[in-house]
Design a protein around this ligand. Structure first.
Ligand SMILES: [Zn+2]
Length: 250
């Protein structure tokens, strides 16, 4: 097949692919939100789209449906350009994706969020739709802590601390974006953001009061050691990690 992206395919070829055994469909769930003064607002959407494409290729029996490019980003709204869905809206979109795709013969429908704010709504709605469609498997990777820890572990191999790796626009995401869309990265503006403790208390504060309560530039982490070489490996290893989780989950 020329492509596994359904938005580049026609219905005839999609129908044939499903008949030929492509019974899994996978969808990235990103965001459109500020990522500091140097990364574009599409950062999470692009990363989700690319990682899901690689995962689908490795699964060998999967098609990729259109990435959901906007997510739950209320805590980033003080920064211009952020577009945020309410939790109920994102859940409704996921529900409608499932309602649509379950008609076509897929046996597995998989959602992969790349953005922290999407994990909980996805978890909640998947429990609900799974009950409605017991004959197919609907899976979402919704373990945010495991996702963050996996990224930190890969960064540690490059001697990047977990504070530098960062939860938002830090060394990890910046490296990934240097690999995927270097032309959109404003390197001259690289500067460290919040590098303090990021425990439950801080995370709760960010969700309640917004990112400016922790960082006035919208960054948790430090991009200054970011590189294309790191980014390529972060993407490859995160894809391996997610692939394992998917295989466990379906
Ligand atoms: Zn991000």
């Amino acid at each position: 097949m020329k492509t596994i992206r359904m938005d580049e395919m026609n219905w005839v070829d999609i129908k044939q692919a499903i008949k030929d055994g492509f019974k899994t469909v996978i969808i990235g769930v990103g965001s459109t939100e500020q990522h500091g003064p140097y990364l574009p607002t599409q950062t999470d959407a692009l990363i989700a789209d690319v990682m899901v494409n690689l995962i689908a290729q490795k699964l060998e029996n999967a098609l990729q449906a259109q990435t959901i490019r906007v997510g739950c980003s209320d805590h980033h709204l003080p920064f211009p350009g952020t577009i945020s869905l309410k939790k109920a809206t994102l859940k409704a979109i996921i529900r409608d994706y499932v309602e649509s795709l379950q008609r076509h013969g897929f046996e597995n429908i998989i959602f992969i969020p790349s953005h922290g704010g999407n994990f909980n709504p996805i978890k909640e709605v998947i429990e609900e739709v799974q009950e409605k469609y017991p004959n197919i498997k609907i899976f979402g990777f919704t373990d945010l802590m495991a996702f963050v820890e996996a990224g930190d572990k890969i960064a540690a191999e490059f001697n990047i601390t977990k504070e530098e790796a960062g939860a938002h626009a830090g060394e990890v995401e910046t490296s990934q974006m240097l690999t995927l869309a270097e032309n959109l990265v404003e390197k001259v503006r690289f500067q460290p953001g919040y590098l303090g403790v990021l425990g439950e208390e801080e995370i709760e504060m960010v969700f309640k009061k917004g990112m400016p309560s922790l960082t006035d530039i919208g960054v948790i982490g430090d991009p200054t050691k970011a590189s294309k070489e790191h980014g390529k490996i972060y993407i490859e290893k995160m894809v391996e990690f997610l692939l394992d989780e998917i295989k466990k989950g379906i």
